[in-house]
Write a protein that binds this ligand. Structure first.
Ligand SMILES: *Cc1c(COP(=O)(O)O)cnc(C)c1O
Length: 236
């Protein structure tokens, strides 16, 4: 049983890495510059350990309660990425457990994380989530609110702003996501052009199982892949 699982995870990882490499080459990019974040939400610790044994260095989780249970059980030199919606009353745990938070979308959460990271004596690497699809039901900052939020986050001493994250509107065809990835890249370029101290726009967190190749073609530096590595999730 353990072997079957290990084999399928490492085989799936190999497939994902091969597809990453192809997409990068199509775009004339260095595949080594694209970080694969294995999204392990809802998946049990033994599967996560198998992924780490197969060479995964970056893991993503969406829910603080679940992360509090699982992260301490996973050994090894792993970078943890928080990619879910974050509530201010959970900032304490996010600051303690994670290296990266991809979903900064309002001043309150930036302030809470900054305060909690300072108490932990840590500097958290953060991304601002942008709602380029302008979807009412999605989190993420609207385009016109991006600059004010960047300017707010920039001077916070315990947060290091590294780039932008996007979840495009759900689509059947990955090509439909391309325009949103391009838009996100352009927004990052506009932010970078301001040359604000303490702000790097070197990371674009774009692409999931359904659309990571398109995301890589459009400049993604971090893809967040769950299903293609761990298999389908059961609905919570
Ligand atoms: C669940 C999730 C993923 C992974 O999705 P897959 O389609 O399984 O690859 C990526 N990003 C975010 C924000 C998620 O919530």
């Amino acid at each position: 049983m353990g072997n079957v699982m290990a084999n399928s995870i490492s085989r799936r990882l190999e497939e994902v890495r091969a597809r990453m490499g192809k997409a990068a080459r199509r775009a004339g990019r260095d595949p080594g510059r694209i970080r694969l974040i294995a999204v392990s939400k809802t998946k049990p610790v033994p599967m996560i350990r198998e992924a780490v044994a197969a060479g995964v260095t970056d893991l993503g989780e969406n829910y603080i309660q679940e992360a509090r249970e699982k992260i301490p059980q996973v050994a090894g030199d792993v970078h943890w990425h928080f990619i879910g919606h974050l509530q201010t009353n959970k900032a304490k745990y996010a600051a303690r457990l994670f290296d990266w938070v991809h979903t900064i979308d309002r001043k309150e959460i930036a302030d809470a994380l900054n305060r909690r990271a300072a108490m932990e004596g840590r500097v958290l690497k953060v991304l601002i989530e942008v709602n380029v699809g302008k979807e009412a039901t999605k989190s993420g900052v609207m385009e016109e609110e991006l600059m004010p939020l960047v300017e707010h986050v920039a001077p916070l001493p315990s947060l290091s702003l590294r780039g932008l994250m996007v979840i495009p509107p759900l689509a059947l065809d990955p090509e439909e996501a391309r325009g949103y990835f391009v838009k996100t890249r352009r927004l990052a370029e506009q932010v970078a052009a301001r040359g604000i101290p303490g702000v790097a726009m070197s990371e674009l967190s774009m692409g999931m199982t359904a659309d990571f190749e398109v995301a890589i073609e459009e400049g993604s530096t971090m893809i967040r892949v769950g299903t293609a590595i761990f298999g389908p999730r059961e609905m919570p």
